[in-house]
Design a protein around this ligand. Structure first.
Ligand code: DC
Length: 248
């Protein structure tokens, strides 16, 4: 009887469609943690598109390519191999959500530095760089059963995603979350410095000409200023189950 019940459930799971879930939002909105948790609850693959911009930015910084040299940066992106893999249990415990490999070298922790974040935000304004990385992201997410997070996932990368979430939180709350992360890593930034960094990046991400951070018209706007990670992820899972039923 129990066995039969299990098979019936497995059958339903197999029948239900595996969605593409796009989660966009500004820095510190909780995207990565929420997206990772949502993917785990659904048994989906989690992909962090921002990690790709960060990896190329790290390579550009290492090679001392000026951020104004758009042609060189586009060429650099074309010749770069980025791979995203699930974290080891230790990395997961340390709060890392995707392992990132840049031309075969693991850069999971290095790309989280503040100077890499700033360089990534600048690099992300270059149309040629975006074109290469968007194609890469589309390849990585093809076939569904993925939760991809970023700034333009619902608008550009997967405009036909079955579920789109635009995650928001107040700038103060987002800065506080980032500040806490820095504290845990032993970085000595003041809360005010982090707030300024968050505001600066927000402005650049929202005002750039190519693929600015905007909510897709059909994205669900979720403000999680007063919500926890688990609550936010479970709400997205609930929405996903609704959409899965529609797309089965
Ligand atoms: O999500 P993140 O903070 O790791 O992203 C780093 C930078 O990359 C961010 O400032 C904007 C850019 N980015 C982007 O333009 N488009 C994406 N899909 C993801 C990130």
């Amino acid at each position: 009887m129990q066995e039969g019940g299990k098979n019936w459930k497995a059958g339903i799971a197999e029948m239900s469609a595996r969605l593409t879930i796009a989660i966009d939002g500004p820095a510190g909105s909780g995207k990565s943690t929420v997206a990772r948790r949502t993917a785990a609850l659904l048994g989906y693959l989690y992909l962090d598109s921002g990690a790709m911009y960060r990896a190329v930015a790290l390579k550009a910084l290492e090679r001392k390519i000026p951020i104004e040299d758009e042609a060189a940066l586009e060429a650099l992106t074309r010749e770069t191999r980025i791979e995203l893999r699930p974290p080891t249990p230790e990395q997961e415990t340390a709060g890392l959500k995707n392992r990132v490999f840049l031309d075969g070298r693991e850069v999971t922790e290095e790309i989280r530095k503040a100077e890499v974040a700033q360089a990534a935000s600048r690099l992300a304004t270059i149309a040629g760089v975006r074109e290469v990385l968007v194609a890469e992201q589309q390849r990585a997410g093809q076939g569904g059963g993925v939760v991809m997070e970023g700034r333009d996932i619902g608008t550009v990368v997967f405009p036909k995603a079955e579920l789109k979430i635009f995650l928001e939180a107040s700038a103060e709350t987002r800065a506080q979350r980032r500040w806490k992360e820095h504290q845990e890593k032993g970085d000595k930034f003041s809360l005010l410095e982090v707030l300024q960094e968050v505001r600066e990046r927000d402005k650049r991400d929202r005002e750039r000409k190519v693929s600015p951070l905007v909510r897709a018209a059909d994205a669900v706007l979720l403000d999680n200023t007063a919500m926890g990670i688990e609550e936010t992820a479970r709400l997205i899972v609930f929405l996903a189950h609704e959409r899965e039923a529609v797309h089965t």
